[in-house]
Design a protein around this ligand. Structure first.
Ligand code: PEP
Ligand code: MN
Length: 365
C-alpha cells in the first residue's frame, strides 16, 4: 500500500505496514491506560492510541467511561510515550473538552453517525479546527447515512477525514457481533478515494479469536489499516472484555498480517493483470449484450402476450426458468444464492418490461 495522493493533510498511511489505531475500549484507570500505551509505543507500529472516555452503552448501568477525568491520563500518554491520542466524541461538550485537553484526533461512533442532528452539532463544534476526524459507519447498513455524516464534517472545513468500518447491527444470531457487509465500505472507498479506510475487527467480530481473519480480509480488500482494542488484562476489562487483545497478542496479529500491494510499481505484474482484466472487460461487454438481447426478446413476447390476451406472469413457466437456471449454474460451479439472485433480478426486470408494454396504448404496438 502506497501513501495515497491526497489533499488531506493527515493522516498518512505508512509505507510497508497498515495504519494502526489501538488501545483499550475504555480508559478505565490511569495505570491501565499508561501500561497499555507504553507497551504499544514500544512496539512502534501504532499511529494513534485510542481509549474511550465517554462510552455509549446499550444499557444504563454499564460502565460508561470516566469522562473528563480520564483526559489527564491521555495527556500523560502523549507526554510520556509520544503517541498521538484519538478519542470518541458524541456531543459538542466532548469536542470542547477534548480540544482543551489537546487531543490529537477524534472519532465519531456508530451510534452517533446514525443521527444527522448530532453529527451536525459535532460538525459545528469542530468548525475552525483542523484535526483528523474518523467517521465510523452507522449501526445500520446504510452507505448514504455514512456519506451524509462525512459530508457534514467536510462542510465544516475539516480536511482530514478517515473512515472506520465496524460492521452493522443485525437481528438474530450470526457468527459476527456486527456483520461486515463488505460491499458498503467498498462503495465508500470508491466514493471517497482520498479518505483512508480502516477496519475495526474488534467490533465486527466481538471475539478476539476472529480479529486476525477479519483484519486480513480487510487488507486483502485494500483497506489502509485497522482499529483494534487492546487491554493489558482483557478478561478484566470493564467493557468489551471478549474482544480485546493483550498488547502481545496484538503484536502477533500484526506480525502475521500479510500486506498485499496495489502492484502499481511492478510493470510485469501490471501487464499480466492488464491482460486478465481486458478479458474480464470483454466478458462484461458480452454480458451486457446478452442482457439487452434477452430484454428485446422479452419485449417481443410481451407484445405477443398482449395481442393474445395472455397474462404476463405464468407461475409454471417461472418455476421452470428458475429450476433450469439453478441446475445449469450448479453444473458450472456457481453458488446457488448467487444464481438465484441473478435470475430473480433478471426476471423482475423482464416483468417490468412487459408491464410497460401492457400499459402502452394499442396504437404504439
Ligand atoms: C468504540 O470504538 O469504542 C465504539 C464504541 O465503537 P462503535 O461506535 O463502533 O460501537
Ligand atoms: Mn469497544
Amino acid at each position: 500500500m502506497k501513501p495515497k495522493e491526497t489533499h488531506f493533510k493527515a493522516p498518512v498511511v505508512p509505507a510497508g505496514r497498515p495504519f494502526v489505531i489501538s488501545g483499550p475500549c475504555a480508559a478505565e484507570t490511569e495505570t491501565q491506560v499508561l501500561e497499555t500505551a507504553r507497551l504499544l509505543a514500544a512496539d512502534g507500529r501504532v499511529d494513534y492510541f485510542r481509549a474511550g472516555v465517554w462510552k455509549p452503552r446499550t444499557m444504563p448501568g454499564s460502565f460508561e467511561g470516566n469522562g473528563q477525568s480520564a483526559l489527564p491520563w491521555l495527556q500523560r500518554v502523549q507526554r510520556e510515550t509520544g503517541l498521538r491520542v484519538i478519542i470518541e466524541v458524541a456531543k459538542p461538550a466532548h469536542v470542547e473538552a477534548a480540544l482543551e485537553a489537546g487531543m490529537d484526533a477524534f472519532w465519531i461512533g456508530a451510534r452517533t453517525t446514525v443521527n444527522p442532528f448530532l453529527v451536525q452539532e459535532l460538525a459545528d463544534a469542530l468548525r475552525g479546527t483542523d484535526l483528523p476526524v474518523f467517521v465510523k459507519n452507522p449501526i445500520n447498513p446504510d452507505a448514504k447515512l455514512w456519506a451524509g455524516a462525512v459530508e457534514r464534517i467536510r462542510k465544516a472545513g475539516i480536511t482530514s477525514i478517515g473512515l472506520i468500518h465496524r460492521g452493522f447491527s443485525h437481528y438474530g444470531r450470526t457468527e459476527y457481533r456486527n456483520p461486515p457487509h463488505w460491499q458498503i465500505p467498498i462503495q465508500m472507498m470508491v466514493e471517497y478515494p482520498d479518505s483512508i479506510m480502516l477496519c475495526d475487527p474488534s467490533h465486527i467480530g466481538g471475539r478476539r479469536d476472529l480479529i486476525f481473519e477479519i483484519a486480513q480480509k480487510a487488507l486483502n480488500l485494500n483497506f489502509d489499516g485497522i482499529m483494534v482494542e487492546v487491554h493489558p488484562q482483557p478478561a478484566k476489562a470493564l467493557s468489551d472484555a471478549s474482544q480485546q487483545l493483550t498488547p502481545k497478542a496484538f503484536a502477533d496479529v500484526l506480525d502475521r498480517l500479510i500486506l498485499r500491494k496495489d502492484f502499481q510499481d511492478d510493470e510485469r505484474i501490471q501487464q499480466e493483470l492488464g491482460v486478465m482484466r481486458s478479458d474480464i472487460d470483454d466478458l462484461d461487454a458480452e454480458l451486457v449484450r446478452l442482457l439487452a438481447k434477452r430484454m428485446e426478446l422479452v419485449a417481443h413476447i410481451g407484445r405477443f402476450k398482449k395481442a393474445n390476451g395472455i397474462t404476463i406472469l405464468q407461475r409454471k413457466r417461472w418455476e421452470q426458468i428458475m429450476k433450469r437456471f439453478l441446475e445449469m449454474s450448479a453444473q458450472l460451479g456457481l453458488r446457488e444464492d448467487f444464481a438465484r439472485q441473478i435470475i430473480t433480478r433478471i426476471h423482475e426486470e423482464s416483468i417490468k418490461r412487459q408491464e410497460e408494454i401492457f400499459g402502452q396504448l394499442k396504437i404504439k404496438n
